[in-house]
Design a binder for this molecule. Structure first.
Ligand code: NPQ
Ligand code: MG
Length: 369
């Protein structure tokens, strides 16, 4: 299977509602799509970096540059490497994990489609459906927050995660508990605190949260360990876990008890599987994080979430949680029991609507062999 061309697009898709975190607010999704074409078969991947280097150091522009200059050229006109082999070949390029992950996902899709098996099967997934929750952004008022959460619970989502930041932490949690009782609830700070704020987390410790996600700086495992030692609630690391080795260090230090896995953050699905396996061997539960991906990136996340140690509800929601019109049809839907079905068709297993992709495209380049 010789690679005939790789196509890059930057797409923009309006969110249904703005999404606010401790580092900012967005009302339009911006990401890259990667399409690999080889012998009449194609594979798709998504790079969820976004406009600004706020979640991590990457942006859509940095990813575009690295893909165009370093990741794509060695592939053109050559046999399509197995994704694991691609990951080994690009390991010497430092960082740029999301750029690598998007291209690696396209290679997974390509090979799986050619073999006529689903991406979930190719990755070693076992579950036909996965339990899911919603990641709820910061709202202008607590009443609006409660209203949105009420809506999601009515739809059947199994757990709620809220974004917190200094000044929006204990009170929203307390009010959610008052209104909705004993629901599965967790919080995500996206690194907005330092250890001086340990008192906030000791207060949150009294609310029976499932976990507290990334309270402190991404490069500060030592302070996370100091904080975890003061809490009953498990700390879950997201931004800090940039590869499987980082998880090994975090777990050895006691910096967390749960790990959020995002294939884009760790540099690809191969590394994500290695991270899953490491956590499984140590008895550490994992769940699949999200970057508000379009249906293309979410299909890859769903396949990954079907692996056996993904036991907690995921940040994977139905298409209508994010967009009025997704890039795939049929859209991802929520089952009545708060699960989402893992695609069974070959590759990503979703139908990409090219005319919607074209309409959303703001930049396009094709790199032929
Ligand atoms: C998290 N996401 O777990 C991320 C980070 C995040 C679903 O909570 C635009 C696009 C804004 C992606 C903000 C969820 C974003 C984004 C935060 C992802 O930390
Ligand atoms: Mg997070």
């Amino acid at each position: 299977m010789r690679i005939d061309a790789v196509e890059l697009r930057e797409v923009q898709l309006p969110y249904r509602a703005p999404f606010e975190t401790s580092f900012g607010r967005e009302d339009t999704k911006a990401c890259l799509l990667v399409r690999v074409q080889a012998d009449g078969v194609e594979g798709w991947g998504e790079v969820p970096a976004g406009r600004a280097p706020l979640y991590n150091e990457e942006t859509d522009d940095t990813a575009w540059l690295v893909l165009e200059q370093f990741l794509i050229p060695p592939l053109l006109g050559k046999p399509a490497p197995r994704p694991e082999e691609f990951a080994r070949r690009v390991a010497h390029i430092r960082r740029h994990h999301m750029a690598k992950a998007g291209l690696e996902a396209a290679l997974w899709d390509l090979h799986a489609r050619r073999e006529g098996r689903s991406l979930a099967q190719a990755l070693g997934g076992e579950r036909p459906v996965v339990p899911v929750g919603v990641s709820q952004g910061i709202e202008a008022t607590i009443e609006e927050l409660l209203e949105r959460i009420g809506g999601y619970l009515a739809q059947g989502y199994r757990r709620i995660k809220i974004k917190i930041k200094p000044g929006w932490d204990i009170e929203p949690v307390q009010r959610i508990r008052e209104r909705f009782g004993d629901i599965l609830l967790q919080v995500d700070a996206n690194s907005a605190y330092d250890l001086d704020a340990a008192g906030v987390f000791r207060a949150l410790d009294g609310y029976g949260l499932l976990l507290i996600e990334q309270p402190l700086a991404e490069d500060d495992l030592v302070d996370h360990a100091a904080l975890q030692a003061q809490l009953r609630t498990p700390i879950c690391l997201d931004e800090s876990i940039v590869h499987a080795r980082a998880a090994r260090a975090a777990l050895r230090l006691g910096a967390c008890r749960i790990v959020n896995i995002k294939q884009a953050r760790v540099g690809g699905l191969s590394e994500a599987v290695a991270l899953h396996d490491l956590c499984r061997a140590q008895g550490v539960p994992v769940w699949c994080g999200g970057m508000l991906e379009t249906g293309i990136g979410r299909a890859a996340n769903l396949a990954l979430a079907s692996l056996p140690n993904f036991t907690l509800p995921h940040d994977l929601s139905a298409s209508d949680r994010y967009f009025r019109e997704d890039l795939i049809d049929p859209p991802v839907v929520l089952n009545p029991d708060g699960t989402i079905s893992v695609p069974k068709e070959p590759g990503l297993g979703v139908r990409i609507v090219m005319e919607r992709v074209e309409r959303a495209t703001v930049r396009h380049a094709r790199f032929p062999a």
